[in-house]
Design a protein around this ligand. Sequence first.
Ligand code: PLP
Length: 285
Amino acid sequence: MSRIAYVNGRYLSRREASVNIEDRGYQFADGVYELCEVRDGRLIDERRHVERLRRSLEELKIAWPLVPSALAVVMRETIRRNRVRNGIVYVQVTRGVARRDHAFPPAGTPSSLVVTARSLDPGGNERLAADGIAVITVPDDRWSRVDIKTIALLPNVLAKQAARSQGAREAWLVDREGRVTEGSSSNAWIVTADGKVVTRPADNGILRGITRSVLIDAIKAQGLVFEERAFTIAEAHTALEAFVTAASQIVMPVVRIDGRPVGSGKPGPVATALRRDFHKHAEWA
Ligand code: PLP
């Protein structure tokens, strides 16, 4: 089956789908994105993802490419045309096409919208979660507005590649004080020796993950103690458990940090139970 992408008003086969070379996304990474899980044919936490998209667009003064209700239709149609039951839908909005100039294009320049969807093998994700993943740590050298979900991801790309080249699946980014901010494409968590579930506050230092927000509800519902504070690499090394969260992975146990086992070196009970329960707390649409 040929895959279909929505590009600025048209559904095109992926082979034909392209954007203008003067699109500001291509020229300046001047755009934002969202990625939403599709599970059993339903959208997971769509409302929160669209709300975060609204915030990203507002922070960067990029116009909505479509009204949100029309975007919801395009997301569903892209999912349907690609026959995705389990996978992801990806939405990217850029400041549109204009002659290359750093300053914003003339008022009224339409923003660009691309929506794609693809299936993911749920079994593959489950197998990965059963084994757990390795992470490495690298300095966090990103800009100070990482709370905006922009497509400008070069430091994240380099961090992820550093992880892959060392046989790890994720890189944890570390601030100047030696504290973990987040993963290159996920939020970072530990379970401390006394059983507290800890993640960094969602200030400007991290992206406020939707999975992170929903998981806080799951943690409280399970009667676990939740602590929102920064943690150091040293603390992560002595943690009972560690894990990462993202819409494409839900809760993914971390079993090695910089080559050293976390806890027993196997996925722990807290991460496993939170992964199992996550979708009870998510919104299905
Ligand atoms: N942090 C970063 C840097 C990310 O890129 C992502 C996901 O892409 C996340 C956190 C997790 O966000 P969410 O749970 O909304 O997928």
